[in-house]
Design a binder for this molecule. Structure first.
Ligand SMILES: CC(C)(COP(=O)(O)OP(=O)(O)OC[C@H]1O[C@@H](n2cnc3c(N)ncnc32)[C@H](O)[C@@H]1OP(=O)(O)O)[C@@H](O)C(=O)NCCC(=O)NCCS
Length: 164
């Protein structure tokens, strides 16, 4: 079945949808059922969306034919004093990505990833990072888009893509 979606820049009003995508990312396993409230109020996850959108935040949202959001990828600069899972250094944005379950495996994630990395490059960043749990197929997607594991961790890896 052909699927049609478009990608647009994220705006301030997308905060609630981005929070939903943080929950999707946290619950990536087939049996992932952590309640939304529990995920989004936890500092480990909340730091990726709190106060969206702040100076330095940037992202893209995929929308369906009715303009309903179906996925998002964004980055934010987290400080050394309150780092994300994928923190690699000051000045390196960390990306987060999620696609609504029924829209997965239709190219939305790859399209979002490419748009976000192009944007980061255009903004002058030399690198972009992320964190992925081991076993998540998303790691293959990231590798195919030029990310490489820099820091193997306990159950999760930090991956970095060079942008220039
Ligand atoms: C990871 C995620 C963002 C990818 O988005 P997506 O729209 O499903 O990905 P795409 O359709 O662009 O597929 C990208 C590649 O992954 C492959 N793929 C997609 N779903 C897959 C699956 N369930 N298992 C294995 N490979 C899969 C595709 O075949 C594609 O490769 P190809 O282009 O060579 O065919 C999305 O699946 C998701 O939100 N998952 C749950 C949350 C999550 O894990 N977030 C990332 C946390 S680090």
């Amino acid at each position: 079945m052909p699927v049609s979606f478009q990608v647009r820049p994220a705006v301030q009003g997308d905060g609630a949808f981005l929070a939903d995508m943080v929950v999707e990312a946290a619950n990536w396993r087939a049996d992932g059922i952590r309640p939304k409230y529990e995920v989004i109020t936890h500092p480990d996850h909340n730091r990726y969306v709190a106060g969206w959108m702040r100076p330095g935040d940037a992202g893209f949202v995929a929308v369906d034919l009715h303009d309903h959001p179906v996925g998002a990828a964004w980055y934010r600069m987290l400080p050394r004093t309150d780092p994300g899972f994928g923190y690699v250094g000051t000045g390196v944005p960390e990306l987060i990505i999620g696609v609504r379950p029924i829209w997965r495996a239709h190219g939305v994630g790859r399209a979002l990833l490419q748009r976000l990395c192009e944007h980061a490059r255009a903004q002058g960043f030399g690198r972009i990072s992320l964190s992925v749990e081991r076993g998540n197929f998303a790691q293959q997607l990231y590798r195919s888009e030029g990310f490489a594991v820099t820091t193997p961790g306990h159950g999760r890896d930090t991956m970095v893509k060079r942008l220039r």
